[in-house]
Write a protein that binds this ligand. Structure first.
Ligand code: GTP
Ligand code: SPV
Ligand code: MN
Length: 609
């Protein structure tokens, strides 16, 4: 249970908690011990306060539904800041703010912002507690919703403080920004979803390894271990310390002979990581098991190879589109002990979202809390509605997913939503070429972040919203990691092979050409066999592609014509894209690594040949 007395003697931690307490002025401070009772206490508190509803206990045991404010439904990239001393260190793709000025702005907002509320101290470990790859953070928050979610998404509690001792930690401060007592002494009632929708700040101080978040209670804005720490702050730590923090799933792929390879894949938000990470292969004898579905931390092991851990302990997954047909293992993971946010509530007290079942419920309460029926022009669930579930509930969680040493990565996939130009799969020619393909990755925008739905944008390595420093220097770090891993311009050394995939190519009539989901196993098989040096590939100007013979197509229901289109090297399309790639690179000026300049020049040459 939460404790009113400090659970740590760490002087830096105690001083920081006192300082924040004095600034935010909560009614009380409670320390989280990470116990099951404490988790239950948070759920009860949310239900009593009107934030959450219990779902039907037989259909969905020990699970709640939470509906957020309509102004607080996704990450807010335009309110996300990297606050380092030099603007060029944040680079052209991040919002930059001067650290002292930003702290000044935020101190004013934080002053008294927790009046009438409880300040929770959440000690958490990203990665198995005590693993040499793991790192510790402390989140201070006034949101029981955040406490409960952190319990599922990270390892929380006393055990973390024991490992921390008097050591250093990442300071993560969070407030929903809705005090219950105002400066003039008046009071106000709490809201079901308190926030300060017009005044959000998601700020990072990478030089101080610190995060200050204000005004939002949703997802990556508020669960600070996830994108803020495990990607934005960790990417800077990784650069400084010679490792990698990436927006990647990790999966364990076993062939019919029992040989195992590990694949990591970077796709932008809502582009299929959770689905690929726990897919059911359609090709007989092949097995996919999940190590992680969103973030990978990779370090060189004693054998010189890259080893990855999943720093998280749960899934914060996109609900709409998730079904027994597309992702049965996610459906099984959320059967109980889960938190649902912005989903519809059925008349029998269960959750529902678009495409969860073939047949739509006759009636439900939508995520706005209004009546909904099939044919409504409104969605039952918000497109960025999410489930939070413990990873160990996934039926295909890899038995070794918590191995503190991590798993050796054989292949890295990049991918995004590209209706045209980009083929189903392309193997990079080398680590440097793969880094180039990652650096020019593009994807149509999804609902995971506010604004601009469907627009094509460059999202290098799926890290555009998550890189805590200058993107071009991050590419340089990728190239440097390759050198450490003995990759040359023509060989992979000990580094994973890199592939560029696209499940989202469309026909001229706008339909997906590729069935995706479990059928993606056919591509994983080719990747596996390329890593073994077995499968065939054709050299093309954009990289190495399989032809129809090289892919296992048995039992696949795709026309020969569609397959040809999926595997077509669209030279004209790529040539037409060169100016936009040049423009993209030009944004980084002198920071652009020479290796990527050379790759672009080489691509141009190959395309005109
Ligand atoms: P974040 O949690 O935001 O990082 O997203 P994610 O990358 O884990 O994406 P997720 O697996 O949740 O998929 C997002 C959406 O893409 C869902 O609506 C899926 O149904 C859809 N999707 C996933 N895989 C495929 C695929 O292979 N083909 C098609 N057409 N859609 C897919
Ligand atoms: C993403 O947007 O990539 C997510 C969800 O995984 S959030 O935690 O909100 O960042
Ligand atoms: Mn994500």
């Amino acid at each position: 249970m939460t404790a009113t007395t400090a659970l740590s003697k760490n002087p830096k931690l105690l001083a920081w908690v006192s300082e924040i307490q004095a600034m935010c002025q909560p009614d009380q401070v409670l320390w989280c011990d990470g116990s099951r009772d404490e988790y239950q206490q948070m759920l009860d508190l949310m239900v009593q306060g009107g934030t959450a509803k219990w779902l039907n206990k037989t259909k969905r045991p020990n699970s709640i539904l939470v509906l957020s404010d309509v102004g607080d439904v996704a990450r807010v990239e335009d309110r996300t800041y990297i606050c380092c001393h030099k603007k060029e260190e944040a680079g052209p793709t991040n919002n930059w703010a001067d650290p002292a000025q930003m702290r000044d702005t935020l101190r004013k907002l934080y002053a008294g912002c927790m009046k009438g509320r409880t300040l929770y101290v959440i000690p958490f470990s990203m990665g198995p507690v005590g693993s040499p790859i793991a790192h510790i953070g402390i989140e201070l928050t006034d949101s029981p919703y955040v406490v409960a979610n952190m319990h599922l998404m990270t390892r929380v509690g006393k055990k973390v403080l024991d490992v921390l001792g008097n050591g250093d930690f990442v300071k993560c401060l969070h407030s929903v920004g809705y005090p219950l007592k105002l400066a003039d002494g008046s009071t106000r009632k709490d809201l079901a979803w308190p926030c300060d929708a017009q005044n959000k700040y998601i700020t990072h101080f990478p030089e101080d390894r610190e995060i200050w978040s204000y005004g939002s209670g949703y997802g990556g804005n508020a669960l600070l271990g996830k994108k803020c720490f495990a990607l934005r702050i960790a990417s800077v730590m990784a650069r400084d310390q010679g490792w990698m923090a990436e927006h990647m799933l990790i999966l364990k792929l076993t062939n019919p002979q029992g040989v195992v390879k590990y694949v990591a894949a970077a796709f932008p938000s809502a582009c299929g990581k959770t689905n690929l990470a726990m897919m059911e292969p359609t090709i007989p004898g092949w097995k996919v098991q999940c190590v992680g579905d969103d973030i990978a931390w990779m370090k060189f092991g004693p054998d010189g190879r890259l080893y990855a851990i999943n720093p998280e302990a749960g899934f914060f997954g996109v609900a709409p589109g998730t079904s027994y047909a597309t992702n049965p293992n996610a459906m099984e993971s959320v059967k109980a002990n889960s938190i649902f946010t912005n989903c519809g509530l059925t008349d029998d007290g269960d959750v529902w979202w678009e495409d969860m079942t073939e047949e739509e419920p006759e009636h439900l309460i939508d995520w706005h809390g209004k009546d909904w029926a099939p044919g409504s022009d409104k969605k039952a669930a918000h497109p960025n509605a999410r489930f939070t579930a413990p990873a160990h509930q996934c039926p295909v969680i890899a038995p070794n997913w918590e191995d503190p040493a991590g798993v050796p990565i054989d292949a890295i996939l990049f991918g995004g939503r590209r209706a045209t130009v980009v083929p189903l799969v392309t193997e990079a020619r080398s680590w440097r070429h793969g880094t180039f393909l990652g650096s020019i990755m593009g994807s149509e925008k999804t609902a995971a972040a506010a604004g601009g739905l469907g627009q094509l944008r460059r999202d290098p390595m799926a890290m555009l919203p998550f890189c805590g420093y200058n993107m071009a220097r991050y590419w340089q770090h990728w190239l440097a990691m390759g050198q450490k891993g003995q990759a040359t311009d023509t060989s992979w050394g000990k580094m994973p092979r890199i592939f560029y995939v696209n499940w989202f190519r469309k026909s001229s009539s706008g339909k997906f050409l590729w069935p995706g989901y479990g059928e993606n196993s056919r591509i994983l098989k080719w990747v596996f066999e390329r890593c073994e040096g077995k499968a065939q590939a054709i050299e093309t100007p954009i990289g190495n592609l399989p032809d129809k013979q090289a892919l296992d197509l048995q039992g696949l229901d795709v026309s020969g014509e569609d397959l040809s289109e999926l595997l077509r090297v669209d030279k004209a399309g790529w040539t037409a894209e060169l100016p936009s790639i040049e423009q993209h690179f030009a944004e980084f000026g002198n920071d652009l690594p020479q290796g990527l300049r050379d790759e672009l020049a080489a691509l141009k040459q190959r395309l005109v040949k």
